[in-house]
Design a protein around this ligand. Structure first.
Ligand SMILES: O=C([C@H](O)CO)[C@H](O)[C@H](O)COP(=O)(O)O
Length: 206
């Protein structure tokens, strides 16, 4: 399990500060959608330059013009870029083709996707998805091991999991051994991000 730190709703300086504090505990660095909207591809370039050894995830949440946006993110230095599951099949296909050409990966965000879509994504060659409870859904839904159920028929598909994950969530997720556990607010929104990230990472192997 990789700890993917989601940098959302932060200024560039706050991102830098939190990364400097948490870098030893974090495996994958996610540059959040809002941060990319604020600073563009430059922030991906800068973070990759500062952390070349980390896997950089650009949370582009692409839903159209997928070849172009995939290329933008991967050429800027991302190792993985995200595309929404509801996107047209052509978008999924061209994102995967572009990522293959550039030696990158595409993570398909299953936010609000119906279960049947997973079979179609599998047929399109998708091998990495994110099981995601969105920020605006977190008031009415919380994370549990059940989130992995729709992926049971697809053991070859790797999963990241996201949405209000905290230290308390880790025992629920650990038995499923996701490729990445995505944590945002429970690290970036607390007084001691370093301590929070370290505790979460330690809990992966308890
Ligand atoms: O993808 C995310 C969300 O849609 C906001 O852009 C977050 O990165 C993801 O949900 C993790 O953040 P937390 O829910 O705060 O842990």
């Amino acid at each position: 399990m990789n700890l993917q730190l989601a940098l959302d709703r932060l200024s560039k300086e706050e991102c830098r500060h939190i990364l400097a504090e948490t870098k030893n505990a974090v495996d994958w660095i996610e540059i959040g959608t809002g941060v990319i909207k604020e600073y563009g591809m430059e922030i991906i370039r800068e973070i990759k330059k500062d952390y070349p050894e980390k896997t950089i995830v650009a949370d582009m949440k692409t839903c159209d013009a997928a070849a172009h946006e995939t290329r933008q993110a991967l050429e800027a230095g991302a190792d993985i870029t995200t595309v929404m599951a509801f996107s047209d099949d052509n978008s999924i296909r061209t994102a995967l083709e572009t990522a293959e050409e550039l030696n990158g990966r595409v993570m398909i965000d299953l936010l609000n996707a119906p279960e049947e879509r997973i079979a179609e994504l599998d047929g399109l060659g998708v091998r990495l998805v994110s099981l995601h409870i969105g920020k605006d859904q977190q008031g009415s839904r919380s994370i549990s091991g059940d989130i992995f159920k729709p992926l049971a028929p697809y053991p070859h598909m790797k999963a990241a999991v996201a949405g209000g994950i905290s230290l308390d969530s880790i025992p629920l997720l650990r038995p499923h051994q996701p490729e990445a556990v995505i944590v945002g607010s429970a690290i970036t929104g607390v007084q001691h991000p370093k301590k929070a990230a370290e505790k979460i990472k330690e809990a992966f192997s308890e």
